[in-house]
Design a protein around this ligand. Structure first.
Ligand SMILES: Cc1cc2nc3c(=O)[nH]c(=O)nc-3n(C[C@H](O)[C@H](O)[C@H](O)COP(=O)(O)O)c2cc1C
Length: 192
């Protein structure tokens, strides 16, 4: 599959079959993440792959975080739907910037600039994984609702860096309606 077709076919998948992802395909997906560009080729990423029985622990940690926020009166909104995806997907990859400080810790300006560079590289790595998944017949969901269990999930994974996102992967079990996009003419302007 060419890259433009993969971009056109990619959609967020929120229902997955139970089938396990063969290791060979998972390797290809992770390899594609490492091929993303990064500022000064720093490769500022670390991936934790959660599968099998550990998925239940992941979901429990996320629920713990949501309860903590509920008690503080913070609305956790769509997170309960995302929880179902985390429960169901055979694989969820947590994506970290291991060199960034935990966002709740104080940072100086230069560190913030470096994080802005690194976050772009990490976004590219995640998109590479989404597109590779499509090309292999797999679906994916890019997830930031894991922030509702930020502290709990970081502690469980034993990672002191910054959690950026999670990516659930599996064989799609639905064909969602395509989400609309703003027309190019509305979001672009030629300066000439
Ligand atoms: C940074 C980012 C965070 C996202 N977080 C979530 C999430 O936590 N839960 C969810 O269901 N979808 C999440 N999504 C998926 C978006 O809702 C989805 O990409 C958007 O609605 C467009 O739909 P499409 O991906 O099918 O084109 C996220 C997407 C991105 C890029």
């Amino acid at each position: 599959m060419d890259v433009v077709s993969a971009i056109q076919q990619r959609q967020s998948i929120r229902k997955f079959k139970e089938d396990m992802i063969p290791q060979e395909l998972l390797d290809k997906i992770l390899e594609s993440a490492t091929l993303a560009p990064s500022g000064k080729n720093k490769q500022p990423w670390k991936f934790y792959i959660v599968r099998g029985e550990k998925r239940a622990v992941m979901v429990a940690e996320m629920k713990k975080g949501m309860r903590r926020l509920d008690e503080l009166g913070v609305k956790t909104g769509s997170a309960r739907y995302t929880l179902r995806v985390l429960e169901q997907a055979p694989v969820t990859i947590f994506v970290f910037n291991p060199t960034s400080k935990h966002p709740l810790k104080k940072r100086d300006t230069l560190e913030v600039y470096q994080d802005l560079v690194d976050i772009q590289a990490i976004g590219a790595a995640i998109q590479n994984m989404c597109l590779t998944a499509v090309s292999l017949g797999l679906g994916s969901l890019w997830i930031c609702d894991v922030f509702f269990g930020y502290e709990e999930l970081c502690e469980w994974l034993g990672e002191k860096g910054e959690m950026v996102a999670a990516l659930s992967l599996g064989y799609p079990d639905h064909s969602p309606v395509k989400r609309p996009r703003k027309p190019v003419s509305d979001i672009s302007e030629y300066i000439e």
